[in-house]
Design a protein around this ligand. Structure first.
Ligand SMILES: Nc1nc2c(ncn2[C@@H]2O[C@H](COP(=O)(O)OP(=O)(O)OP(=O)(O)O)[C@@H](O)[C@H]2O)c(=O)[nH]1
Ligand SMILES: [Mg+2]
Length: 337
């Protein structure tokens, strides 16, 4: 299942413009698969010269037009939220608009928590195990939401977080803030973007300043022209590249690579995944039939030219089921039948 990134935020913030920029206008019905740029993949492909090179992808979805309730429902089905705020045009007030949008999400979670509390109260009376612990978590969540705060800013133990998962809290989802700034205020975005950054910092969420309109224009140019025009604005990386890094970081993702002659490929994977789980990204059967992982780094592989050369030189590390895959690992999975 690809990672699902939903572009959300106040009306008229530039969400659709950003969607078109990220998907290079190739999205259909507000949904598009986006290739993630990764210099390591490029280097691997240059060294291995495979028949095919496949980047990591995420699924990006634009907020459909609709009521506030529909926008909340839309945000609910995402893995990571891209919260866009208007920092261009007349009188931008991104902090107020973002807070108003967040309040809709807070109210939605509050309704879910209250509904669940009623059920758990009955379960507690019936003597169900764990009902007391769940009541405590839900009560803490309710207090936090009642105060207008998102659950992302409440400290939970991992098992408490798991107890809340059943109500799919939208304010607990990882979020990346995007200050959509006027072109003339790039690269910093001035005070409106600073407001977005303060809000994001307070939540421990990453924030990025860009111009969605400029990114959409850039997406139509060839790479050399893009780089030149970016430089003119004092920007050294594409909006997509910066968004992808923030999504990976806050969404708890890493990238590992496979590098054979038929295909060199980047695989997104949850951080700290055991090797068999990482292998299941390639094929679900690989988890069950996992034998071992043969692991190297991008630099080592680029130097050697192929996995075979490293294997012949005894330079592939052999790892078992317990191994936690790291960002940047290049892996050959030995799979049984
Ligand atoms: N100057 C400037 N204008 C922008 C930028 N991004 C979007 N706009 C303009 O802002 C208006 C709204 O942009 P949309 O992308 O439709 O905004 P949206 O968030 O999708 O709007 P809704 O879906 O209606 O909530 C359009 O007129 C865009 O051209 C930007 O980076 N700079
Ligand atoms: Mg729109």
């Amino acid at each position: 299942m690809p990672v699902n990134v939903a572009i959300v935020g106040p009306a008229g913030a530039g969400k659709t413009t950003l969607f078109n920029a990220l998907t290079s206008g190739r999205g259909a019905d507000g949904v598009g698969m986006v290739d993630i740029p990764d210099g390591r993949l490029t280097r691997l492909a240059e060294a291995v010269k495979p028949a095919k090179t496949t980047p990591a992808q995420v699924r990006v979805e634009d907020s459909p037009p609709g009521s506030r309730a529909q926008r909340v429902a839309f945000a609910r089905q995402a893995d990571v939220l891209l919260k866009v705020a208007r920092c261009f045009g007349p009188d931008p007030d991104p902090a107020a608009e973002l807070e108003e949008f967040a309040l809709d999400l807070v109210l939605a979670d509050l309704a879910s928590v209250e509904k669940r509390l009623e059920i758990v109260a009955k379960e507690a009376r019936a003597g169900k195990k764990d009902a007391q612990a769940e009541t405590e978590v839900l009560t803490a969540a309710k207090q936090h939401l009642d105060a207008g705060q998102q659950l992302r800013t409440l400290q939970f133990e991992p098992d408490q977080r798991a107890m809340l998962a059943g109500i799919f809290p939208v304010t607990l989802k990882p979020a990346v803030y995007v200050a959509n700034a006027a072109e003339e205020l790039l690269p910093g975005g001035a005070e409106p973007a600073a407001k977005v950054k303060r809000l994001a910092d307070a939540e421990g969420a990453p924030s990025i300043t860009l111009s969605a309109r400029l990114e959409a224009e850039l997406a139509e140019l060839d790479p050399a022209e893009q780089a030149e025009m970016r430089a003119g604005y004092g920007i050294d990386e594409s909006g997509l590249g910066r968004i992808a890094r923030a999504v990976w970081e806050t969404g708890g993702l890493i990238t590992y690579f496979t590098a054979g002659e038929p295909e060199v490929r980047a695989w997104p994977c949850e951080r700290d995944s055991p090797a068999p789980v990482a292998a299941s990204k390639i094929h679900t059967d690989f988890e069950k039939h996992f034998i071992r992982a043969e692991v190297t780094s991008v630099d080592e592989l680029v130097a050697a030219g192929s996995m075979e050369a490293l294997r012949a030189a005894g330079k592939l590390r052999v790892e078992g089921r317990e191994y936690r895959v790291k960002d940047g690992d290049v892996i050959f999975f030995r799979i049984g039948r």
